[in-house]
Design a binder for this molecule. Structure first.
Ligand code: XMP
Length: 517
């Protein structure tokens, strides 16, 4: 079936992924690419429309993210959002300046008298969501103003002869009253896309594709037990049955009872899984290592070696499958371009994102590469994957090793496993597990004095980290009830030998990250 698509060019806005999600919700396939994709590459994707996202940059920054003016010659309809609008105006020769009044949040948008397809059926006056500090002061002659707010005289533009539209507000966020109808006008009427992107088609199409591609060869899958690897495994299994070998590596840094949980669900879902006991190997490779990046790199390399060794034990293996999802792909592309521009530094290496396959000789099979997390969950639900798997919190590949600050040893691992287990139990007892995005304990290499049963104690300090987030790129600490905090603290201090103090991390991301290492 022919699949129309819209290309979203990402200039680094926090809402870029949301734009792509909204387009998919409308039933049209959306591709999200870094802003610096070449014109040639844009053409090869054959999009029926292009959206230019917002950005934390200004067009007058020293090194702003720009696109070639040739994009306007492609005769593909374009919608610029926020920075995307300023960029369109800038490229046609308009003047952009820092606004006297920053405009963040809700505003009343007024459509100026002018018939246009973007605002077809939209009331003259509506609520929109603004987030900008620059504004267009002078528009180029090719463009015309089609809307304003009380503090922004030029809040929407249209090209006089081409299908180029721009809005200063964010139609993709929920707070914009008629955001979806405006996006629908652009996608369905201006770009003339046919809305036939559906998740169950995705499964059928991919099962067929994988079956053809793999043919009589074998596939090993790096199985972490998370929702992505379960869904990937299930789809591949549907396609090739017993030619799929799921490999779960027990690094020793996994949660208590994790292995048993994974075995139980794999059995329930008829997935063959091989568990490799690599506890000693991982622990000995980390002796004396305290640097977080060194830990991550060493663990990544061990994983590669293990997958390589395992693939050599099975005849005819040609593919390494992974549960990579779209946000993993985006993080390793767009953001690297933008980081270069902003001169920001590399933050941390996720061993299973990008790094692993480069070192392997096997071909990659990543069936979920085009999907967002909530789409993966929807597919999982459609495939009948149990909700204990679908809605579990994410767990990092390097596991507890990056939650033990400083050198890792067996004693610290067992202390942390006990503490994490208690936290998990209480999150479920208090019905909090589902309302937070991720919750865990960090063990610090610091001891503090305490008193228990009239006796002095001198034990480790642990940190409780609980966050809420939509996409794990930004996060806030969760506002938890005091009685829950009290219970977790008292159980951990009383039941875990080795911890005598628990503190709560009240930092958001940014400036902190979710994990401590
Ligand atoms: P940070 O600490 O970067 O974490 O704010 C964002 C999310 O990613 C998870 N995380 C990882 N996931 N492999 C993974 O699969 C990794 O190496 C890794 N490191 C961090 C983290 O738990 C959070 O959900």
């Amino acid at each position: 079936m022919k699949k129309d698509s819209i290309l979203v060019l990402d200039f680094g806005s926090q809402y870029s992924k949301m734009i792509a999600r909204r387009i998919r919700d409308i039933g049209v396939y959306a591709l999200l690419y870094p802003y610096d994709i070449s014109i040639h590459n844009i053409l090869s994707k054959k999009p029926k429309g292009i959206v230019l996202s917002g950005s934390p940059f200004s067009v007058y920054d020293e090194n702003p993210p720009l696109i070639s003016k040739n994009i306007f010659k492609l005769n593909i309809p374009i919608l610029g959002i926020c920075y995307g609008m300023q960029l369109i105006s800038f490229l046609f020769g308009g003047k952009i300046e820092r606004s006297k009044y920053k405009e963040y949040g809700k505003s009343i948008f007024m459509i100026d008298h002018c018939k246009n397809d973007l605002f077809h059926g939209i009331p003259k006056k509506s609520i929109v969501w603004m987030s900008h500090f620059d504004e267009i002061k002078k528009i180029p002659k090719e463009l015309k103003v089609i809307g304003h707010t009380s503090s922004c005289a030029i809040a929407a533009l249209i090209h006089k002869n081409k299908d180029i539209y721009a809005v200063q507000f964010h139609p993709e966020v929920n707070h914009t009253e008629f955001g979806i109808p405006i996006m629908k006008n652009f996608i369905l009427h201006i770009c003339k896309c046919y809305p036939n992107w559906k998740l169950n088609h995705f499964v059928q199409e991919n099962v067929e594709k994988i079956r053809k591609l793999v043919d009589t060869k074998k596939v090993i899958l790096g199985f972490s037990g998370g929702v992505d690897s379960f869904v990937a495994a299930y789809i591949i299994h549907k396609a090739i049955g017993s030619s799929l070998y799921c490999i779960f590596v027990d690094t020793g840094f996994i949660l208590k009872e994790e292995k048993e949980k994974i075995s139980f669900f794999c059995k329930k879902m008829n997935l063959f899984i091989k568990i490799i006991d690599a506890k000693k190997r991982f622990l000995s490779s980390l002796i004396g290592i305290i640097d977080p990046e060194m830990k991550r790199k060493i663990i990544g390399k061990e994983f590669v070696s293990i997958f390589q060794e395992e693939s050599e034990k099975i005849k005819n293996v040609e593919f390494l499958a992974q549960g990579t999802i779209y946000s993993d792909v985006i993080e390793s592309s767009t953001y690297s371009s933008l980081k270069l521009l902003k001169n920001t530094f590399f933050i941390k290496s996720h061993h299973n994102v990008g790094g692993l396959p480069n070192l392997m000789k096997l071909k990659l099979l990543e069936p979920l590469k085009e999907l967002f997390k909530d789409e993966v969950r929807k597919i999982g639900k459609y495939l009948g994957i149990p909700k204990e798997i679908l809605y579990q919190h994410p767990f990092p590949g390097p596991g507890l090793s990056i939650r033990i600050i400083g050198e890792v040893n067996n004693k610290k691992i067992s202390i942390l496993k006990e503490a994490e287990m208690i936290l998990l139990q209480e999150l479920k007892n208090y019905n909090i597990y589902k309302s937070v995005s991720q919750a865990f304990i960090i063990l610090l290499p610091i001891k503090s004095v305490g008193v228990m049963g009239d006796k002095r104690t001198y034990e480790y300090v642990a940190v409780l980290r609980v966050t809420n987030t939509e996409d794990f790129m930004t996060a806030t600490f969760s506002h938890l009830p005091y009685n829950f905090l009290e219970k977790v603290s008292s159980r951990i201090i009383n039941e875990v030998n080795g911890i005598n103090r628990l503190v709560y991390d009240i930092t958001s991301k940014p400036p902190a990250t979710i994990e401590w290492e």
